[in-house]
Design a protein around this ligand. Structure first.
Ligand code: TR5
Length: 143
């Protein structure tokens, strides 16, 4: 039989890099797809929400559990490299939320937090987000 096509959600290393480079070419404070997810204009699988943050499942999961945690108000925080002192509270809150969601997901044996930044960090969406990955053995170093 002919080889079955790769699932459309599979992202190769090359296309991740291409997406990151394409994203880096757009104005960094422009609205992103995450604004539409926050406003519920496009669907997502929300696993946690309060007045400050939203956590939803990544559309292209890299682990059995792959959740993105984002601030509802970007306030110039397109990525970690743009952090100012005024962002300290929300940055801490994003990590604390990641811990709450990890517990909710049953990741009691461990998990990984990732924040990609800029083209070389393979960031593709310029609205800061914390990746929560778990449900399998992680390896190190990260790619
Ligand atoms: O590459 P970085 O670190 O910027 O992470 C961006 C993440 O957003 C990637 O892991 C993508 O898979 C994820 N992503 C992109 C879209 C999307 C999403 N997660 C959930 N829902 C999504 N929608 C509806 N549309 C996207 N373009």
């Amino acid at each position: 039989p002919p080889p079955s096509p790769l699932p459309t959600t599979t992202t190769t290393m090359a296309s991740e890099k291409e997406a990151a480079l394409a994203a880096a070419a757009t104005p960094s404070d422009a609205p992103t797809i995450f604004d539409k997810i926050i406003k519920k204009e496009i669907p997502s699988t929300i696993v946690y929400e309060d007045d400050k943050v939203l956590a939803f499942r990544d559309i292209n999961p890299q682990a059995p559990t792959h959740i993105l945690i984002i601030p509802k108000v970007k306030d110039g925080l397109t990525g970690l490299s743009k952090a100012e002192e005024r962002h300290c509270e929300i940055l801490g809150y994003l990590l604390y939320t990641a811990k709450l969601v990890a517990k909710q997901e049953g990741l009691d044996d461990g998990f990984r937090i990732v924040i990609n930044d800029g083209p070389k960090g393979c960031q593709s969406v310029y609205h800061i987000h914390v990746h929560l990955l778990g449900g399998r053995q992680m390896t190190w170093p990260a790619g």
